[in-house]
Design a protein around this ligand. Sequence first.
Ligand code: NAG
Ligand code: NAG
Ligand code: NAG
Ligand code: NAG
Ligand code: NAG
Ligand code: NAG
Ligand code: NAG
Ligand code: NAG
Length: 293
Amino acid sequence: KMATFNEKKTCSQRMENFQRFIWNPDAGELMGRTLINWVWISLYYVAFYCIMSCLFALALYVMLSTLNPYTPTYQDRLHAPGLWLGVMVRPDVFGEEGVQIFFNLSEKSSWERHVKTLQDFLSVYNKSVQFEKNCNCTRGKYYFQDSFKGPDHTKYACRFIREMLGNCSGLQDPTFGYKVGQPCFIIRMNRIINFLPGNGTAPYVNCTKVGGHSLGETETFPVNGTFDLSYFPYYGKKAQPNYTNPLIAVKFLNLERNKEITVECKVIGKEIITDNPHDPYEGKVLFRVKICD
Ligand SMILES: *[C@@H]1O[C@H](CO)[C@@H](O)[C@H](O)[C@H]1NC(C)=O
Ligand SMILES: *[C@@H]1O[C@H](CO)[C@@H](O)[C@H](O)[C@H]1NC(C)=O
Ligand SMILES: *[C@@H]1O[C@H](CO)[C@@H](O)[C@H](O)[C@H]1NC(C)=O
Ligand SMILES: *[C@@H]1O[C@H](CO)[C@@H](O)[C@H](O)[C@H]1NC(C)=O
Ligand SMILES: *[C@@H]1O[C@H](CO)[C@@H](O)[C@H](O)[C@H]1NC(C)=O
Ligand SMILES: *[C@@H]1O[C@H](CO)[C@@H](O)[C@H](O)[C@H]1NC(C)=O
Ligand SMILES: *[C@@H]1O[C@H](CO)[C@@H](O)[C@H](O)[C@H]1NC(C)=O
Ligand SMILES: *[C@@H]1O[C@H](CO)[C@@H](O)[C@H](O)[C@H]1NC(C)=O
């Protein structure tokens, strides 16, 4: 027995064995199984996958039918797992170390792009647009809406018109002060659904120079750099499709020339964290400015 087992097979014998494995006419077997066996196995797998697909579809259906379309969507939350408060600045040209706005007063092209960014950014805040989309709200208190009174099952949002940015509205001075070296920066918070910042007192923005000293004189718009409470809470993209973020503009009147200055703007208010050691970007924005002449 052992001898036959160890016996060396010729190549043609191997071929023959293999062919027999593929189709064995004596036993009527295809690859070691009878045809009826194969049919049963196929049926088993078809049934198995059918059941799995049905279970998956059922789970998906149950999940989708319990999702409320008015609760936060992933997109709205992208920057806000929990209450992460991101702060953005415009214009926002990125350098190696974040936003850097460098320009040369004698070169129009070096500041024109920033002016264009601001004009584009503010165009949704044009009076005509805001009067069509949003409403006049009572200032100084949260604008709660329990029901969906707007068209197509939506909620209203408050107007924010660019006139509220005064000397930074780009209306009287379409160059936002860049032409004369008194640039405006616009600050915006990300949207956080159901967030009530400030605990009843409007949060405000305070910009300081990183590394001591001062930024010189500044003007902030609206008055005191506050985000009015009527813009909160935000109910989400689907519930408040016309919502536009409130803005704060800061104008630097006499920044030191030919020197790179790092500015830090923080949102200050109750329940707003700006000193998270694990996330230096929470509740504030840093940017570098250099005005050459
Ligand atoms: C600003 O532009 C002017 C004119 O092009 C040039 O002479 C000057 O050197 C520039 N200043 C700086 C700091 O690059
Ligand atoms: C918004 O107003 C500015 C300045 O008046 C104008 O240049 C711009 O075209 C307007 N944009 C829209 C979308 O109405
Ligand atoms: C949103 O804006 C459109 C016009 O763009 C307006 O018809 C609609 O009434 C607005 N919705 C709400 C809830 O104000
Ligand atoms: C908006 O409401 C305020 C009072 O809440 C009122 O003084 C103002 O005239 C209103 N503006 C418009 C355009 O309706
Ligand atoms: C806006 O600019 C004008 C002219 O430069 C100035 O007189 C006025 O005080 C500024 N307004 C505010 C609110 O700072
Ligand atoms: C928020 O304000 C309420 C009363 O207006 C006060 O009782 C509560 O302690 C405040 N919360 C915080 C965190 O300051
Ligand atoms: C802004 O921050 C600086 C530095 O932290 C502080 O000295 C100043 O009082 C703050 N201003 C306001 C209005 O909170
Ligand atoms: C701005 O702040 C000052 C000082 O804190 C305050 O007296 C004034 O009422 C504020 N103005 C507005 C419109 O909130």
